[in-house]
Design a protein around this ligand. Structure first.
Ligand code: TYD
Length: 200
């Protein structure tokens, strides 16, 4: 089973992923936690370029770098883990590309969908949790953190990204769950665990 987490900076994805992992392990399930971009050595090196290059990155170059990192992660880590019966939890997956490079940067959505398909070999998450937080609240929660290249984009970009995630939710209701992340982390976690339990 593949479960992915999505949301903008400061929404608490990493904490939620950790708690879901603990819950699943308490049931005796084997869990693999991964992140995008990253997860494998090659993908972590691509992550470094994507987040910290000083050069102005062309949107299509950005798209293809995310996809290259993803292709490596899917082939070398996600598919083998799934084949071994593990539950894979991934911090971001291709919905981030649709939201950030598609709705945010404005690249054509059909091209993004095709690239996502190539990189993932058509693999789809069984469940996706979108941790929904307003831009204002997200900024309040993350104002002390050092921002990477993508996080430095302005409010207008992030409003488009948020709206993009909501469009994806409308198009994929069978797997995509919008979780209100404005409460405490424990409240958010309880909602996630309930949905996962029903799916197991
Ligand atoms: P990360 O530090 O993981 O951010 P966060 O903690 O918010 O998840 O950095 C990943 C950044 O890359 C984040 O700003 C979102 C962006 N991103 C894309 O633009 N497209 C993608 O396909 C992915 C996976 C991430």
């Amino acid at each position: 089973m593949l479960i992915t987490f999505e949301g903008i900076d400061g929404c608490g994805k990493t904490t939620q992923l950790r708690w879901l992992r603990e819950f699943l392990e308490s049931l005796g399930r084997k869990v693999r936690t991964l992140r995008e971009p990253g997860g494998s050595e090659l993908s972590e090196r691509i992550r470094d370029i994507l987040l910290f290059t000083k050069e102005n990155v062309a949107p299509r170059a950005e798209l293809l770098l995310f996809e290259a990192a993803r292709a490596q992660l899917v082939e070398t880590l996600i598919l083998p883990a799934l084949a071994a019966g593990e539950i894979v939890l991934c911090d971001r997956f291709y919905d981030s590309t649709t939201a950030y490079q598609g709705y945010g940067r404005g690249l054509p959505l059909d091209e993004i969908a095709e690239c996502n398909k190539i990189a993932t070999q058509s693999l789809k998450p069984d469940l996706t949790f979108f941790l929904d937080l307003s831009l204002e609240e997200s900024k309040n929660r993350s104002h002390n953190r050092h921002q990477d290249r993508i996080e430095q984009a302005g409010d207008e970009f992030f409003e488009k990204v948020l709206a993009g995630f909501h469009k994806i939710a409308e198009q994929s209701p069978e797997r995509f769950h919008i979780i209100d992340a404005s409460g405490t982390s424990r409240e958010t976690s309880a909602k996630i665990i309930e949905i996962v339990k029903a799916k197991l």
